[in-house]
Ligand binder design. Sequence first.
Ligand code: PRP
Ligand code: URA
Length: 209
Amino acid sequence: MGTLHVMDHPLVQHKLSLMRNKDTGIKEFRELLDEISMLLTYEATRDLPLEDVEVETPICTCKTKMLSGRKLGIIPILRAGLGMVDGILRLVPAAKVGHIGLYRDPETLQPVEYYCKLPVDAPERHLIVLDPMLATGGSSSAAIDFLKRRGCSNIKLVCLLGAPEGIKYVMDHHPDVDIYIAAVDSHLNEHGYIVPGLGDAGDRLFGTK
Ligand code: PRP
Ligand code: URA
């Protein structure tokens, strides 16, 4: 079974509370998502492998460590996952970026796929799927299915907020995938929105409502 990592760091919780506030405007909402994404990725990359290297400092030669092995790929789920990309690229500037376009049908709540473009070497990379909202879990799970069908196997999921039912759904369908999240909320309402949540992440990020 995958592990659920809830990042209850005070800075993350403070920034998330600001994002939940309905009066927080688009500029601040974007900045906060960017900052929290960076902090979540810091945790999600904790187990990246290191190798010994030799470096010459101004004082002497020393043995020190650098990242080794597979490179990173980040896969935002459109649209709201886009708001998490820049923060992560500041931490890992050489990461490649793939995009998966999914929207949730408002009636059935089922994910509908409309776009996919992945780095050609995605199966050789550590992949981090990004979506701020894990509600029913349908979208994240479909994106992970999609990657697996294309030969990818080394996958983590980084989200901002989740509902217990969505987290269970992803963990049941993808027991090999660890989830990194800032908070687990109470439940979903009758429209499939996370309660208390922060509303529609895509609309708040792009000003579409
Ligand atoms: C939102 C959100 C997730 C999905 C979560 O996207 O960004 O992708 O819903 O819901 P789920 O866990 O029940 O699948 P939405 O479908 O609203 O599309 P958008 O990002 O384009 O607004
Ligand atoms: N998508 C969102 O943007 N917000 C929710 O609460 C659920 C799905």
